[in-house]
Design a protein around this ligand. Structure first.
Ligand SMILES: Nc1ncnc2c1ncn2[C@@H]1O[C@H](COP(=O)(O)OP(=O)(O)OP(=O)(O)O)[C@@H](O)[C@H]1O
Ligand SMILES: [Mg+2]
Length: 350
């Protein structure tokens, strides 16, 4: 017997979805996914303010080491470290890529006994300023004039451009990453100005190439300071200011107060040269940051947004220059706002 439909209505027939609707649905899902993923593309991974490698004084940890190890002694340096090849040299140290327990390390040797005071000052600073901003100290031997530090294969900031131009690093050669490097750099200056050893001035920085050679690029594209051989102390409350070296300085990379103020007719005399404070580091920030920003798509847009703060850094009056913290805050704001703009522009395009 055939069943009659009860109220004359029939159950709706099974209709096929037209292909165009399917396509539209797929596109909508894809757009949604892309939208959700955008932040991943445009926001560089945040770096923790805490140093994940943190160890008690006199100890270190690097790479994948699980535990902190005590700084290597003279004996351990002599027997366990194998010197491989020279990777750098400055006025104070000759630096060798070396091997310790199958790990790559950097062994610095004093170049000449005349520089021993600077070498020991640098070592003292390295010991006391260990943090995420400073290269990791692994050991030292004052008798042999050696210092062992973590090796950074990407070298100093002097080779930043060459490194970022390599095809394997194209993905990180962006204005976002470069602005982040500038923030690392200013973060180091801020750390030195508020260090556990008081207000320290980065004196080994009389021109741009010299300044860049004091910082290393880590394998995860952050910056650590490596050379702390000239970090005099400013003590404002005691009226103690500093001088970077005993010779006359020239050029506009150094701050104006570092130049001989009495004209060409008066011969330079160190004892007549006025001293100055940490604001000489602030004067140099625009030049270093501009180098770090480089010339990739977006670099000029960032430079434009940093124009006012950089202009303030170049104030002739040191006290009118901003603090490193104020510069960091501005860099962070610019990074956030430009990132938001780029993200929303890209969302609109989708
Ligand atoms: N840990 C490291 N990993 C990789 N390269 C390093 C390391 N330490 C130093 N170098 C290289 O060696 C160079 C010289 O090092 P450093 O600046 O400490 O020497 P210096 O004699 O104190 O220099 P200066 O002439 O500025 O006083 C650095 O610019 C860098 O290229
Ligand atoms: Mg150096």
């Amino acid at each position: 017997m055939e069943m009659k439909p009860q109220d004359g209505r029939r159950s709706p027939p099974h209709r096929e979805v037209p292909p165009v609707v399917g396509l539209l649905l797929a596109m909508a899902v894809m757009n949604g996914l892309l939208y959700l993923c955008l932040d991943r593309f445009f926001i560089a991974p945040r770096r923790s303010a805490l140093d994940p490698q943190h160890c008690p004084y006199g100890h270190f940890r690097m790479g994948q080491m699980n535990n902190c190890s005590a700084w290597l002694s003279c004996e351990e340096l002599r027997t366990e470290v194998r010197q491989l090849k020279r990777v750098g040299e400055g006025a104070v140290k000759r630096v060798f890529l070396s091997e310790w327990k199958e790990r790559k390390v950097a062994l610095s040797r004093l170049t000449s006994l005349e520089m021993k005071d600077d070498f020991l000052h640098g070592l003292q600073m390295l010991k006391s300023l260990q943090s995420k901003h400073v290269v990791t100290l692994l050991g030292f031997c004052e008798d042999d004039n050696t210092i062992l530090t973590e090796y950074h294969p990407l070298g100093s900031l002097s080779s930043l451009e060459a490194t970022l131009n390599l095809s394997k690093y194209q993905a990180v050669n962006t204005w976002q990453q470069r602005l982040q490097l500038a923030m690392d750099y200013v973060g180091i200056i801020h750390y030195l100005h508020h260090s556990p050893l008081g207000t320290r001035v980065m004196c080994d920085s009389n021109d741009l190439p010299k300044t860049l050679s004091q910082y290393l690029l880590t394998s995860n594209f952050s910056i650590v300071v490596n050379d702390l051989d000239a970090l005099p102390l400013v003590n404002h409350s005691a009226g103690a200011l500093v001088k970077c070296g005993h010779r006359e300085l020239h050029g506009d990379f150094v701050a104006p107060e570092q130049l001989w103020p009495y004209g060409e007719d008066v011969p330079f005399r160190d004892d007549l040269m006025p001293s100055y404070d940490e604001k000489i580091d602030i004067w140099k920030i625009p030049d270093v940051s501009s180098f770090l920003l480089g010339h990739v798509e977006g670099s000029d847009m960032v430079r434009f947004h940093l124009f006012d703060i950089h202009k303030a850094c170049k104030s002739q009056t040191p006290a009118e220059r901003p603090t490193a913290q104020a510069i960091l805050d501005t860099y962070q704001k610019v990074l956030n706002s430009l990132r938001d703009t780029v993200t929303s522009q890209t969302r609109e395009m989708l």
